[in-house]
Design a protein around this ligand. Structure first.
Ligand SMILES: Cc1ncc(COP(=O)(O)O)c(C=O)c1O
Length: 402
């Protein structure tokens, strides 16, 4: 049997299903990419050649254009490696060695930024809100007022470990009202959620190729104010992750300093064109929002409950509580979902069992309806009669409402 027939069901989807029949990745990246994106990797490119330099220019200018008005004050610096490499590059390059950061943590990626600063030996304090509670403007303002040494605030845009969309607008307001600077990890949100400098002030942000632009993994990018890029000279602890050096070299030669992921860049250009054709950030964000709404309402109809109420749900990924029914075993549920063509994601909450379903990548509402059907059938096959979570999970959730 050809592999592709495994998961082919009748579909009204306008997006072509994975052509080789692999399961959809309902994960926050790497995610399901289009065939055109994968096909773009079939050609080899010389990293020093004019054609590839033009490709690098296109990547940088297209990403900058996503900022909209005010983009002229910024520049875009692609950086080899996974997203964490770009986060580390941003923190090391823009927080001076005698600076001090306030990290706003409500999940794994906030914690990772704090750990990165520890490795970098940069002074920092952490506002730790636990698994998901959002850092709010008033508490950030209070900490900044009490500690004049803090020079930078580090915020996570969508904290992918719970799926919460953090209130970066109010965080930005209080940060600049206190005369400090904001750095944003927008890894999983950029490209689907607006981050316009005319609406949210910040100095730098990072994201990566394999998130909402729908490229494949291999590089990240830092978008920073030109004034900060100029001032970053000499800050970084690292040769390869020095954003200033990468920026200066790219501007001078059009090349990356060290071997670039040429095929990934070619794929990313294809992904950027599809992003523009879909209507840019509003178009992409609109499809992901519809994906989320269809999937969440279907899962709720089955009896599943989300960790977050609607006000905090991102269009990127959603955390569901595992059902209390003792016949529900996550590993079994995972395998059943995979056998039906959908790879879901384990949860990252520390207090209650959970799992996550991503809304990003090459899929639409029709696919999300099939995800819900697959979840229903998987529960039936496991003999689970109720998807309702344990009381403890609902008590945990009440903290957010309080
Ligand atoms: C918000 C956020 N920050 C950082 C990262 C780390 O990126 P990577 O796993 O590519 O290193 C991720 C990955 O999903 C993320 O969602």
């Amino acid at each position: 049997m050809p592999v592709r027939s495994l998961f082919m069901t009748s579909s009204n989807s306008r997006i072509e299903p994975p052509r080789l029949g692999e399961p959809y990745l309902l994960t926050p990246g790497p995610l399901t990419t289009s065939y055109a994106v994968k096909e773009a990797m079939l050609k080899d490119w010389g990293s020093w050649d004019d054609d590839f330099r033009a490709m690098t220019r296109e990547v940088r200018s297209s990403l900058l254009a996503l900022l909209g008005e005010g983009a002229d004050d910024f520049d875009c610096v692609p950086m080899q490696g996974s997203g964490s490499f770009s986060v580390e590059a941003m923190l090391a390059s823009f927080i001076p060695r005698d600076g001090k950061a306030l990290v706003l943590a409500n999940g794994a990626y906030g914690q990772r930024s704090a750990l990165t600063l520890e490795y970098l030996d940069r002074a920092h304090v952490v506002l730790d809100k636990g698994d998901y509670l959002p850092p709010r403007g008033e508490e950030v303002a209070r900490i900044l007022a009490e500690d004049p040494d803090i020079s930078h605030v580090v915020a996570i845009h969508c904290e992918t470990s719970s799926g919460i969309l953090n209130p970066v607008e109010e965080i930005s307001e209080v940060t600049y009202a206190a005369g400090r600077k904001l750095l944003i990890d927008s890894m999983s949100a950029f490209g689907a959620v607006e981050l316009k400098p005319t609406e949210i002030r910040y100095e730098a942000m990072v994201s990566s190729a394999n998130k909402c632009i729908e490229g494949v993994p291999g590089f990240g990018f830092i978008v920073a104010r030109k004034s900060e890029l100029e001032a970053a000279k000499g800050n970084s602890h690292s040769l390869s992750l020095d954003v200033h050096a990468q920026w200066a070299h790219m501007n001078k030669t059009g090349q990356w300093r060290f071997t670039p992921p040429t095929h990934v860049v070619a794929a990313f250009i294809e992904a950027l064109r599809a992003h523009a054709a879909e209507g840019g950030v509003p178009g992409r964000g609109g499809r992901y929002t519809r994906n989320r709404d269809v999937m969440v309402s279907g899962m709720r109809e089955l009896g599943f409950e989300t960790l977050l109420d609607n006000r905090w749900l991102s269009p990127i990924i959603v955390t569901f509580f595992c059902p209390a029914d003792e016949k529900f075993v996550f590993d079994q549920f995972y395998n059943l979902m995979k056998s039906k063509g959908f790879i879901i994601y384990p949860g990252k909450l520390t207090v209650v069992d959970s799992f996550r379903v991503g809304c990003i990548g090459q899929m639409d509402e029709d696919v999300m309806r099939r995800v819900v059907t697959a979840a229903k059938e998987s529960l039936e096959e496991m003999g689970v009669t109720s998807a309702a979570p344990p009381l403890r999970a609902l008590e945990e959730r009440a903290k957010l409402a309080a």
